[in-house]
Write a protein that binds this ligand. Structure first.
Ligand SMILES: [Zn+2]
Length: 128
Protein backbone atom coordinates (compact mmCIF):
# COMPACT_ATOMS: atom_id res chain seq x y z
CA UNK A 1 0.00 0.00 0.00
CA UNK A 2 1.17 3.45 -0.89
CA UNK A 3 1.77 5.70 2.09
CA UNK A 4 0.41 9.25 2.13
CA UNK A 5 2.96 11.97 1.38
CA UNK A 6 3.81 14.41 4.21
CA UNK A 7 2.19 12.20 6.82
CA UNK A 8 3.75 14.05 9.72
CA UNK A 9 3.17 17.69 8.82
CA UNK A 10 -0.49 17.59 9.88
CA UNK A 11 0.37 15.91 13.16
CA UNK A 12 3.04 18.55 13.85
CA UNK A 13 0.57 21.29 12.93
CA UNK A 14 -2.14 19.84 15.16
CA UNK A 15 0.39 19.44 17.99
CA UNK A 16 1.50 23.08 17.64
CA UNK A 17 -2.12 24.17 17.92
CA UNK A 18 -2.45 21.97 20.99
CA UNK A 19 0.62 23.61 22.52
CA UNK A 20 -1.01 27.02 22.04
CA UNK A 21 -4.25 25.86 23.63
CA UNK A 22 -2.40 24.50 26.65
CA UNK A 23 -0.34 27.69 26.78
CA UNK A 24 -3.43 29.90 26.60
CA UNK A 25 -5.35 27.96 29.20
CA UNK A 26 -2.45 27.65 31.63
CA UNK A 27 -0.94 31.14 31.28
CA UNK A 28 -3.36 33.00 33.60
CA UNK A 29 -2.72 30.43 36.35
CA UNK A 30 1.03 30.42 35.74
CA UNK A 31 1.19 34.19 35.98
CA UNK A 32 -0.50 34.08 39.37
CA UNK A 33 2.19 31.82 40.80
CA UNK A 34 5.10 33.22 38.74
CA UNK A 35 4.52 36.79 37.50
CA UNK A 36 8.12 36.89 36.21
CA UNK A 37 7.14 34.37 33.55
CA UNK A 38 5.09 37.08 31.80
CA UNK A 39 7.97 38.24 29.60
CA UNK A 40 8.56 34.70 28.35
CA UNK A 41 4.92 33.74 27.90
CA UNK A 42 3.88 37.12 26.46
CA UNK A 43 6.08 36.76 23.38
CA UNK A 44 4.90 33.27 22.67
CA UNK A 45 2.12 33.91 20.17
CA UNK A 46 4.05 35.81 17.46
CA UNK A 47 6.68 33.06 17.63
CA UNK A 48 4.05 30.35 17.50
CA UNK A 49 2.33 32.06 14.57
CA UNK A 50 5.54 31.80 12.53
CA UNK A 51 5.75 28.08 13.25
CA UNK A 52 2.05 27.48 12.63
CA UNK A 53 2.19 29.37 9.31
CA UNK A 54 5.27 27.43 8.15
CA UNK A 55 3.72 24.07 9.01
CA UNK A 56 0.43 25.16 7.41
CA UNK A 57 2.22 25.84 4.11
CA UNK A 58 4.03 22.53 4.38
CA UNK A 59 0.79 20.58 4.98
CA UNK A 60 -1.98 22.41 3.19
CA UNK A 61 -0.33 23.24 -0.14
CA UNK A 62 0.44 19.60 -1.08
CA UNK A 63 -2.74 18.50 0.73
CA UNK A 64 -4.95 20.84 -1.28
CA UNK A 65 -3.29 19.73 -4.53
CA UNK A 66 -4.49 16.23 -3.73
CA UNK A 67 -7.94 16.69 -2.28
CA UNK A 68 -9.05 20.16 -3.57
CA UNK A 69 -11.19 20.60 -0.49
CA UNK A 70 -11.91 24.26 0.26
CA UNK A 71 -13.12 23.60 3.79
CA UNK A 72 -9.51 22.85 4.77
CA UNK A 73 -8.39 26.15 3.22
CA UNK A 74 -11.26 27.97 4.94
CA UNK A 75 -10.51 26.51 8.37
CA UNK A 76 -6.79 27.17 7.98
CA UNK A 77 -7.35 30.77 6.83
CA UNK A 78 -9.74 31.41 9.70
CA UNK A 79 -7.25 29.92 12.15
CA UNK A 80 -4.33 32.00 10.85
CA UNK A 81 -6.38 35.21 10.85
CA UNK A 82 -7.60 34.61 14.42
CA UNK A 83 -4.10 33.78 15.65
CA UNK A 84 -2.64 36.80 13.85
CA UNK A 85 -5.26 39.21 15.18
CA UNK A 86 -4.83 37.76 18.68
CA UNK A 87 -1.05 38.09 18.59
CA UNK A 88 -0.76 41.54 17.02
CA UNK A 89 -4.02 43.43 17.65
CA UNK A 90 -5.21 42.21 21.04
CA UNK A 91 -1.86 41.33 22.60
CA UNK A 92 -1.78 41.08 26.39
CA UNK A 93 -5.55 41.01 26.82
CA UNK A 94 -8.23 38.45 27.59
CA UNK A 95 -9.30 38.67 23.96
CA UNK A 96 -5.87 37.43 22.89
CA UNK A 97 -6.45 34.22 24.83
CA UNK A 98 -9.97 33.75 23.52
CA UNK A 99 -9.07 34.40 19.87
CA UNK A 100 -5.93 32.26 20.14
CA UNK A 101 -7.83 29.28 21.51
CA UNK A 102 -10.42 29.62 18.71
CA UNK A 103 -7.67 30.07 16.10
CA UNK A 104 -5.70 27.09 17.39
CA UNK A 105 -8.85 24.97 17.43
CA UNK A 106 -9.60 25.97 13.86
CA UNK A 107 -6.05 25.09 12.77
CA UNK A 108 -6.27 21.76 14.55
CA UNK A 109 -9.52 20.90 12.74
CA UNK A 110 -7.98 21.97 9.42
CA UNK A 111 -4.95 19.71 9.98
CA UNK A 112 -7.04 16.73 11.04
CA UNK A 113 -9.39 17.18 8.07
CA UNK A 114 -6.44 17.64 5.71
CA UNK A 115 -4.87 14.47 7.07
CA UNK A 116 -8.06 12.45 6.69
CA UNK A 117 -8.70 13.71 3.14
CA UNK A 118 -5.06 13.25 2.09
CA UNK A 119 -5.08 9.68 3.32
CA UNK A 120 -8.29 8.97 1.46
CA UNK A 121 -7.22 10.57 -1.82
CA UNK A 122 -3.73 9.03 -1.69
CA UNK A 123 -5.35 5.60 -2.05
CA UNK A 124 -6.97 6.74 -5.32
CA UNK A 125 -5.11 6.81 -8.62
CA UNK A 126 -3.55 10.22 -9.24
CA UNK A 127 -5.92 12.44 -11.23
CA UNK A 128 -3.73 14.11 -13.81
ZN1 LIG B 1 -1.57 30.42 23.19
Amino acid sequence: MQSAPEPRSDLIGAALSGVCMVHCVSTPGLLMVAPAAASVLGGFHPLLLVGVTAVAGWSFVPGFRRHRDWSVVGLASLGLVLLGVAAFVFEESALETLLSVCGAGSMMLAHLRNRTLSRFTSTLPAAS
